[in-house]
Design a protein around this ligand. Structure first.
Ligand code: FIX
Ligand code: ZN
Length: 434
């Protein structure tokens, strides 16, 4: 049988069984499958409409995103204290002028704004701001969410829910939310890192705990977690840990994590997400933009995976230097699921580096990315960037299989993309998306 496009041939001219792709067909097949497969966005700071103003969207929120604020203070003489006295709209005006008029939107975060405007067929030149404001003012949030998720190629997102946040509590205590595209998560930073400042809030909710987390406190925390599990139905519990985090040590964090949170996760069947490596507020004047990164001692993770073999861990690390260690630990502990290129890692050049390393060391047994979106429309550019980078990395990987004599079919690629962006997370959390 003669080699044709319908019956492509391999390097040696041997006609390939119908479903196998030729080397030249791999890239377009990968791109098509990545763009036609809806992803689950496993970590965001987005909120469903039930949470009202906690859910950020629209051009002024996009422009005042803390990634852009950090860049603004490098390209403007406006001191932070003066910036914070401005209204949201005035801040957005200032950022637009400094980063989109006086400079090219060349950084990952500024280019993202251009991508969002383009996706809505809005102008992207220096006069675009007013027209964008008019456009977003005319959107109704429920419809807008559906459209934005469609554009971003995500079927659903996972929220970050703080049970000690007063505004959130009001929603959860009054029936909560059941939006099928927004999944809750029990975020425990205030309990695990801020116990001294927050234990009394548990007391005010009726839990017998004390400042030292001693005596009945562990049982009190576990009852608190069980009650919030029943109220919120979270997919996992989560915490962001600093670069100095260690386990086990004498800290309250280590005590509450080891004696209360992880046993409750096991009892309730929930994974624990650890996001490790932030150096909080190295420059408090920048507020949310004031956090930095530090290399963590991942032997803490080694100890946790070994000491809690029944628990499932979802882990993302912030430092570039920790990425390789995380991959290697995942080869040692199958209760460890690496995920995402978090925060300062979420830049195409670094996403490519991390993802290639993970594929080489872990095959498809990891979750490549999450958006960490704080403003709704950010999912559009963050997932566009990820698909672009993954197309490059995945087609290279399949081309190597092909060049080494192996067969690659669309079905193989579809199965692998489903696993990377859906079923690894579904199986780890028990999420059923049907
Ligand atoms: O701890 C986290 O979930 C971080 O993602 C955030 O605190 C951080 O501010 C952020 O937005 C990163 O993208
Ligand atoms: Zn986050």
């Amino acid at each position: 049988m003669e080699a044709t496009s319908a019956n492509p041939s391999d390097l040696n001219g041997k006609v390939l069984p119908a479903e196998l792709l030729s080397g030249n067909q791999i890239r377009s097949a990968v791109e098509e499958i990545l763009s036609s497969t809806p992803f689950i966005d496993i970590h965001t700071h987005l909120f469903s409409p039930a949470f009202g103003k906690l859910g950020l969207w629209g051009i002024d929120e996009l422009l005042t995103y803390h990634y852009l604020e950090a860049e603004f203070f490098r390209s403007s003489n406006t001191p932070p204290e003066q910036y914070w006295r401005l209204t949201k709209r005035e801040r957005a005006d200032a950022i637009w002028r400094a980063l989109f008029v006086e400079n090219s939107p060349i950084s990952e975060a500024t280019r993202g704004i251009i991508a969002v405007l383009q996706e809505f067929d809005l102008p992207t030149d220096v006069s675009a701001l007013e027209e964008a404001r008019i456009f977003f003012r005319t959107q109704s949030i429920e419809e807008h969410i559906g459209r934005v998720f469609q554009m971003a190629g995500v079927s659903s997102v996972v929220m970050t829910n703080d049970p000690l946040d007063a505004e959130e509590q009001r929603v959860w205590m009054n029936g909560g939310q059941d939006h099928r595209q927004f999944h809750p998560v029990l975020r425990l930073d205030r309990i695990l890192l801020g116990w001294p400042g927050h234990w009394q809030r548990l007391v005010s909710q009726g839990y017998a705990v004390d400042e030292k987390a001693s005596g009945k406190s562990i049982a009190g925390v576990r009852r608190f977690l069980a009650d919030w599990h029943a109220r919120m139905r979270p997919l996992y519990m989560a915490v962001s840990l600093t670069d100095t985090f260690f386990y086990p040590d004498e800290s309250l964090t280590s005590k509450i994590l080891g004696e209360a949170v992880l046993p409750s996760c096991l009892e309730l069947g929930l994974p624990m997400s650890l996001m490790i490596g932030v150096r909080p507020q190295v420059n408090p004047a920048l507020r949310l933009a004031g956090d930095a990164v530090g290399r963590a001692d991942l032997r803490a993770l080694e100890n946790l995976c070994r000491s809690f073999p029944e628990n499932r861990f979802l882990v993302s690390v912030l430092s570039r230097e920790n990425q390789h260690e995380l991959c290697v630990y995942a080869r040692k502990f199958n209760n460890l699921m690496p995920f995402g290129c978090w925060w300062f890692m979420n830049n195409p050049s670094i996403v490519e580096e991390i993802t290639r390393e993970r594929i080489e060391l872990l095959g498809t047994s990891f979750i490549p990315q999450h958006s960490d979106a704080r403003v709704l429309e950010q999912v559009i550019y963050k997932w566009r960037n990820t698909r672009r980078t993954l197309a490059l990395v995945l087609s290279n990987a399949y081309k190597l299989i092909h060049d080494d004599g192996g067969g690659v079919s669309r079905r193989d690629i579809q199965r692998d993309v489903n696993r990377l962006f859906r079923s690894n997370f579904e199986n780890w959390t028990g999420l059923r998306t049907g």
